[in-house]
Ligand binder design. Structure first.
Ligand SMILES: NC(=O)C1=CN([C@@H]2O[C@H](COP(=O)(O)OP(=O)(O)OC[C@H]3O[C@@H](n4cnc5c(N)ncnc54)[C@H](O)[C@@H]3O)[C@@H](O)[C@H]2O)C=CC1
Ligand SMILES: O=C(O)[C@@H]1CCC=N1
Length: 269
């Protein structure tokens, strides 16, 4: 049976989640009502066939699950407006995807006993290749986690983790697509520098990345062991690897995740 779902905040992530559910996973659009303030949201909702509510309160009323997809700074005012309108009085499952906004903050702004789940998805959810980490609040039981999994599993791999990992998850798998896009762009530039047409270089870089990542997931082997198999003694790969190490590639990438995670932790304040 379809869960009546409200998506509040219809920007990048609200649209990625809704688009992934409707276009890629075949979720019935009539089961979803969206609400947003940004440009183009209503037209996108219409194109997807999902309902559109003029206000967040209207979307939330009667929904079994309310997914909050607004920026961290907008979450407090949004929850206050929903509480003032009594739009969460029926205690639906409330899911927040906001970075840096903890369960304690959310639970303090919904009616007592409301089940709340913090989720951290990423933009690849729009093509069902996402990762989504879930952390349940004090009143979210197994049935609520099961409902959240039903909503997110069509969009990618769902992992349950304790909330204290959420900032690290945000820096790694939520910000991470942006880092990978920059790496892909740079890899393609290398190919262009060596004479490949740009389109071919981008395609080779992207397909190679999918293949290498899939090897890690499918074999369960350590990335270092897989790397060693590519690296012929006195061959070309070791020459390229050493050039990358001269640029401190590992430290630069790891510090990028650390910095994103640190900033994520302050976004809700
Ligand atoms: N962009 C990303 O890759 C990821 C973002 N997130 C989190 O998702 C949330 C949304 O991020 P984006 O989609 O990138 O932001 P966005 O700015 O693209 O979308 C947020 C939308 O919420 C709307 N909004 C603000 N207040 C509202 C209200 N009271 N009622 C209805 N709509 C309202 C805004 O007009 C805007 O269209 C953030 O909290 C972010 O931390 C989490 C994972 C990945
Ligand atoms: O950059 C941001 O703040 C959001 C949260 C994670 C990905 N994008």
């Amino acid at each position: 049976m379809t869960t009546r779902l409200a998506i509040i905040g219809f920007g990048t992530m609200g649209q990625a989640i809704t688009g992934g559910l409707v276009e890629a996973a075949g979720y019935p659009p009539e089961g979803i009502t969206a609400s947003g303030k940004g440009k183009g949201g209503r037209a996108r909702a219409q194109a997807l066939g999902v309902g559109w509510a003029a206000t967040a309160a209207e979307a939330a009323r009667g929904a079994e699950a309310v997914v909050l997809c607004v920026k961290p700074k907008d979450l407090g005012p949004l929850l206050e407006s929903l509480a003032a309108a009594g739009a969460l009085d029926h205690k639906p499952l409330v899911v927040s995807i906001a970075a840096g906004t903890d369960l304690a903050f959310l639970e303090a702004r919904v009616p007592g006993g409301t089940p709340v789940i913090r989720a951290m998805p990423n933009t690849p959810c729009s093509i069902r290749m996402g990762t989504i980490v879930l952390a349940p609040g004090a009143h979210a039981g197994e049935e609520h986690l099961a409902l959240a999994r039903t909503l997110f599993e069509p969009l990618g791999a769902v992992l349950d983790l304790d909330e204290h990992h959420m900032d690290a998850v945000t820096g790694l798998s939520a910000s991470g697509p942006a880092f990978i896009f920059v790496i892909l762009e740079a890899l393609a530039e290398g190919g262009v520098q060596c004479g490949l047409p740009r389109g071919v270089a981008v395609e080779l870089a992207a397909r190679m990345t999918v293949g290498a990542a899939s090897m890690v997931l499918q074999t369960g082997r350590h990335p270092a062991a897989l790397k060693d198999e590519v690296t012929t003694p006195a061959g070309c790969t070791i020459a390229g690897l050493l050039a990358l190490e001269d640029g401190r590639i590992r430290s630069v990438l790891a510090r990028g995740i650390e910095r994103a995670s640190q900033v994520a932790s302050g976004l809700g304040r």
